[in-house]
Each structure stands twice: as C-alpha cells, then as structure tokens.
Design a protein around this ligand. Structure first.
Ligand code: HEC
Length: 117
C-alpha cells in the first residue's frame, strides 16, 4: 500500500520534535553515567543518596530546593569546588568535600545531573 510508508514516518518525526523541545528546556547534555561515576569516586555517596537523606540531603531534595533558581548551577559549582562550610544536623560545621576533578565540564555535568533528580 502506498499510504503505509508516510504513516510510519509520522511517529518518528513526532518523537524527534519532542526530543528537540526537551533538550532546549533542561540540562540537555547531562551524561548520567559520567556524573554518577564521578560522584562515586569522589565519595559523595558517603553522605548523599539520590532519594534518601543521609548526613547530607538527598539529591532529589537538593534538586527541589534549587528548582527554578537561575543561579543554581553557579551555586552548586561553588559548593563542589570551594569547600564552603556546611552544617550537619547536629550543628557541627565541616568544610564540604571538593569534587575529584578540575574539569569544569565534568563538574557542570555532575551539577546538571543533581539538579535533574
Ligand atoms: C562528609 C559528608 C559529605 C560528603 C562526603 C559530601 N557532602 Fe555534600 N553536603 C553535606 C552536607 C552536611 C551538606 C549541607 C546540608 C545539605 O544541604 O544537605 C551538603 C550539601 C551539598 C549540596 C547542596 C548545597 C546547597 O546549598 O543546597 C550539594 C549539591 C552536595 N552537597 C553535593 C555533594 C557532592 C557532589 C559530593 C561529592 C563530591 C558531596 N556533596 C560530598 C555532606 C557531604
């Protein structure tokens, strides 16, 4: 049938448009595999989990806290590179762990991943 070919093409182009729309909207270039690998080797998971509070807040909670804030990326990059003092639940303060890379692309990838949880 002549009609069957164009009909098959429609869903594909719809997916393409949807993907393009999404990638314009959010942290498009996030490489989740690279982000979680770096988070693991940096020891972040000792104090953070994706959806459970440990010593530090869950990444989901952090993402919710920063949602819609324009300076989120810059603030979290600072948090991971400048060892600011962070407060534990018991009130003691500690310098925050610095991420184990100097590559700004990798750091922003981790930040983008956290913010997309
Ligand atoms: C020794 C425990 C510990 C380790 C290790 C640790 N963190 Fe944290 N982190 C904390 C605490 C405590 C806070 C402050 C309270 C909170 O917001 O959860 C915090 C805060 C944060 C925040 C939120 C900052 C904000 O202002 O909302 C981010 C993002 C974060 N950590 C990411 C990471 C990443 C990525 C790593 C690995 C490089 C890491 N943390 C390693 C304990 C830790």
């Amino acid at each position: 049938m002549k009609l069957s070919i164009p009909q098959k093409l429609i869903p594909l182009s719809v997916i393409g448009i949807a993907a393009a729309a999404f990638s314009g909207m959010s942290y498009a270039a996030v490489n989740a595999e690279a982000a979680t690998a770096l988070i693991k080797t940096s020891g972040c998971l000792k104090c953070h989990a994706i959806d459970k509070d440990k010593t530090g807040s869950s990444f989901k909670k952090i993402a919710a806290k920063w949602k819609g804030k324009g300076d989120a990326e810059a603030k979290l990059v600072d948090n991971l590179t400048k060892s600011p003092k962070v407060k534990h639940k018991d009130g003691t303060e500690e310098e925050h762990k610095v991420i184990e890379t100097k590559d700004m692309g990798e750091i922003k990838n981790v930040v983008g991943w956290i913010l997309s949880q």
